[in-house]
Design a binder for this molecule. Structure first.
Ligand code: SF4
Ligand code: SF4
Length: 444
């Protein structure tokens, strides 16, 4: 079969067999729960509770701090213990609401109650999504109600469900697709209730035959939802790669998916939409894979947001000996963890326990101009030129060689025989350029 895909990319060992057959387990931690107020793109959330207040499961702890922001709700019942700086997965500190967990998980009235989404208007659904604090679970945490709010006269033609899960080792989306197929499809239908003219396409890599079978079977009677099987290749789940594979259209960093007529949503995000709209449950859980050759019992877990990574890892069976390297997320786009005493966020997808890898052990050497990174880059960039600019702190030159088009996928770093830490330096340079642009805009 000639499967749709994008150009370039890589085929890393996927490591998914470690956890793909492990059903999602529910976890109810008993330790304190920590909620950083900036776990999304946009303005930090504003606390609406004070130290000493009792809280219930689903209760709003913080309201959005602006239109591009997200509410934060409690995943546990207990008492507000502190509002203070706490370290997060990134290693930085953020103002956080800390809950003394009573272990009872007493819900707010209405949380978990069924609601008929077909009786709701598009605006009512958007309001529920906003109040539920839903953010995209595939990456940076963009508030979903903002993504789904269209400019006057603009409507998407295609809602793409990103079921690629192309990042090695991660299997939580795959488990949702085969264990909760009906709920995923109901979530998509909720989105179609907002955009009744749109068609939904489920973009899924060919390496998930059981999920493809179930989705194909269950969408046969749903005329507005279809399944598009895609070639298995990293980063097939990147937004631009997925839009290209499904529609043949291309966008760059100055454009949004809606400029190609698309809205792209992840499997977990659609599950969160369904939970909020159909069951009154805000975004208070992350479905995570705890895996890697260093994990004692690789598995998939539904984890209350705010849980300590240390407590989650203990629940999941711990590590085989001393960890050599712990990553939050997958091996290509995840971040190295400096501590396990940091909370699970809405955007958390995995704890990956890896043996020390070659890239980390080897010292980078000079570029040998082999061109492998150019052949791997899905954005057709020239990583050695970007690296030269970024490493010299020349942000103007970095922008000139289109460095801001980098999606930080890690393909160039993966293939580089000189073990150059390319993606890391592009991430730093992009952050600096964005800060420079913000400062310039603030002066205007
Ligand atoms: S990290 Fe950036 S430069 Fe490297 S392959 Fe990905 S998009 Fe290209
Ligand atoms: S893959 Fe590494 S060594 Fe080869 S051209 Fe790119 S940066 Fe240079």
């Amino acid at each position: 079969m000639n499967l749709r895909t994008f150009k370039h990319g890589i085929h890393p060992a996927d490591g998914k067999a470690l956890s793909a057959n492990e059903a999602i387990r529910d976890f109810r931690p008993t330790g304190e729960m920590v909620y950083p107020l900036n776990q999304h793109i946009g303005a930090p959330a504003q606390p609406v509770v004070a130290v000493g207040d009792p809280v219930l499961v689903g209760q709003t702890l913080a309201q959005p701090g602006g239109f591009v922001s997200a509410a934060i709700c409690s995943a546990a019942s207990g008492t507000v213990k502190a509002i203070e700086l706490r370290r997060t997965v990134s290693g930085k500190e953020a103002l956080s609401i800390v809950i003394e967990n009573d272990g009872q998980y007493t819900p707010m009235p209405g949380v978990g109650e069924r609601r008929d989404y077909t009786a709701l208007s598009g605006q009512q659904i958007l309001d529920i999504i906003r109040d539920a604090g839903i953010v995209g679970q595939g990456g940076a945490g963009f508030p979903t109600h903002v993504k789904l709010t269209m400019k006057e006269g603009v409507q998407p033609e295609t809602i793409i469900l990103n079921a690629a899960e192309c990042e090695p080792y991660l299997t939580s989306d795959y488990r949702l697709l085969i264990e909760k197929t009906d709920r995923v499809l109901e979530g998509l239908q909720v989105v179609l209730q907002i955009f009744p003219q749109a068609q939904a396409v489920i973009g899924i890599e060919a390496n998930k035959p059981e999920a493809i079978r179930l989705l194909t079977e269950k969408t046969a009677a749903l005329p507005h939802i279809s399944v598009q099987v895609l070639k298995t290749k990293y980063p097939q789940g990147g937004e631009r790669m997925l839009i290209h594979a499904v529609t043949g259209r291309d966008i760059h960093s100055g454009k949004l998916p809606i400029d190609a007529g698309c809205v792209v949503l992840n499997v977990s995000t659609v599950m969160s939409i369904r939970a909020a709209v159909c069951r009154g449950i805000p975004q208070i859980a992350a479905i995570m894979t705890v895996t890697g050759e260093g994990a004692a019992s690789p598995c998939n877990v539904s984890v209350p947001v705010g849980t300590s990574h240390r407590e989650l890892l203990a629940f999941a069976g711990g590590l085989k000996g001393e960890p050599e390297k712990l990553i939050s997320g997958g091996p290509l786009m995840g971040v190295a963890m400096v501590s396990l005493d940091v909370p699970v966020l809405k955007t958390s997808s995995a704890i990956l326990a890896m043996p020390e890898d070659e890239v980390a052990r080897w010292e980078p050497t000079a570029c040998i101009r082999c061109g492998r990174c150019l052949r791997a880059c899905p954005e057709f960039l020239v990583p050695p030129m970007m690296a030269h600019a970024a490493d010299n702190g020349d942000l103007g030159a970095f922008e000139k060689v289109n460095g801001m088009e980098c999606i930080e996928c890690g393909c160039c770093t993966y293939v580089c025989p000189a073990k150059r830490r390319l993606t890391q330096s592009f991430r730093t340079a992009k952050t600096a350029v964005n800060a420079k642009r913000r400062a310039a805009a603030a002066k205007k």
